[in-house]
Design a protein around this ligand. Structure first.
Ligand SMILES: *[C@@H]1O[C@H](CO)[C@@H](O)[C@H](O)[C@H]1NC(C)=O
Ligand SMILES: *[C@@H]1O[C@H](CO)[C@@H](O)[C@H](O)[C@H]1NC(C)=O
Length: 342
């Protein structure tokens, strides 16, 4: 069952409700949009599809560097977080077959002045073990095109925003009708770890979902399997895509299909995926989780005295030059990497 939307809504209503756990919530402005994927395609200048990336500016074609010492800034508001977080990029496909990139926007619930990027959460219910330096993982599969395939993952959902705070009616595929404010893409990672491996060949099998998991926020009933006994924080991305420039129904396909596609050519939405490379300085994340920090869910208040923070304006100044020079704006015959819907 997918209670994600319901539970997220509950969390928005009562910020302090998760008293036995942490709800760390903060903004990470857009660091760079480019065709690099140091996790899946390390060393490859020009990964198969385009990504939008947030976090520390040590992000590069390979990710074996020590992020906290290599980065000079972070686009996230906690200044000890040099992690990198990335997702695919949304495109609009016009009737004439050309594509236009959709931009991210600052989350209107507290982070409206962020220069795009995403809202990042670290959630827990009870004691969790923070990630170790070098830890990385992905969730979701860019090759999936059906709901049955996608059901392997517990909570990769879309919310069609009638207002900035719409939290009902989420779907696992793309919304079928125009969304007034935009489309919110929620990506939650598994919360159990094998306790040994910082990565695995598929970047996923060192992590697992707990039994009893709701698909939403971690809960007291979650139990990690014996193969993956260590409870880790739930990493959760929310990205607000500003689809409003494309809401004119006359621009939509005549056959009733929706017009959006991910940068890897997925027009179903079932290929939503996220990538994470841990890069917090020292024990900062462990301290925040141990302190059960519970952010104010409507403002830019991280409400966590153990963490040092910067303003959204400061976070916006952390950017990285695009290394892969190619067209990213305007109408184009295919998406970067010559990707078309398939
Ligand atoms: C990124 O990696 C490339 C290739 O290893 C290297 O030449 C470049 O200096 C790196 N850039 C930054 C900003 O770290
Ligand atoms: C394709 O469609 C878009 C959206 O209607 C339009 O702005 C663009 O000029 C068109 N491009 C071509 C080559 O016809």
């Amino acid at each position: 069952m997918r209670w994600g939307a319901l539970i997220t809504a509950a969390a928005f209503i009562s910020p302090g409700v998760n008293a036995a756990g942490a709800t760390l919530r903060f903004s990470c402005s857009q660091l760079v949009v480019e065709r690099l994927d140091p996790l899946i395609n390390p060393g490859l200048m020009g990964s198969p599809h385009l990504h939008q990336v947030v976090g520390g500016d040590a992000f590069n074609v390979t990710m074996d560097q020590d992020l906290p010492t290599t980065a000079s800034c972070t686009s996230c508001t906690p200044t000890e977080d040099f992690s990198n977080y990335w997702t695919a990029v949304l495109f609009f496909k016009a009737k004439n077959g050309t594509y236009h990139r959709v931009k991210t926007m600052g989350n209107p619930l507290g982070f409206g002045t962020a220069s795009g990027g995403m809202t990042v959460y670290y959630l827990s219910s009870g004691k969790v073990t923070a990630f170790k330096p070098g830890f990385r993982m992905t969730v979701g599969d860019p090759t999936f095109r059906t709901a049955a395939q996608e059901s392997k993952y517990s909570s990769l959902i879309y919310t069609c925003l009638a207002t900035a705070s719409t939290r009902s009616g989420s779907t696992t595929g793309f919304p079928k009708a125009p969304c007034k404010v935009g489309i919110m893409v929620s990506i939650r990672f598994p919360t159990c770890w094998d306790g040994k491996n910082l990565d695995s060949p598929d970047h996923q099998s060192h992590t697992a979902y707990p039994s009893g998991a709701s698909g939403g926020n971690p809960g007291a009933g979650d139990k990690c399997p014996s193969t993956h006994p260590v409870s880790i924080p739930q990493v959760f991305f929310e990205t607000y895509w500003d689809t409003s420039p494309f809401n004119d129904k006359s621009m939509w396909p005549d056959n009733g299909d929706q017009p959006f596609t991910w940068s890897m050519g997925d027009a179903t939405g079932y290929a939503s995926h996220g990538d994470y490379v841990f890069g917090w300085k020292g024990d900062a994340l462990q301290r925040a989780m141990d302190a059960n920090c519970n952010s104010d869910l409507f403002s830019n208040s991280i409400n966590c005295p153990t963490l040092k923070t910067q303003s959204l304006a400061q976070a916006n100044t952390c950017n990285k030059p695009v290394q892969m020079k190619e067209q990213l704006d305007g109408w184009m015959p295919s998406m970067p990497g010559d990707v078309v819907v398939h």
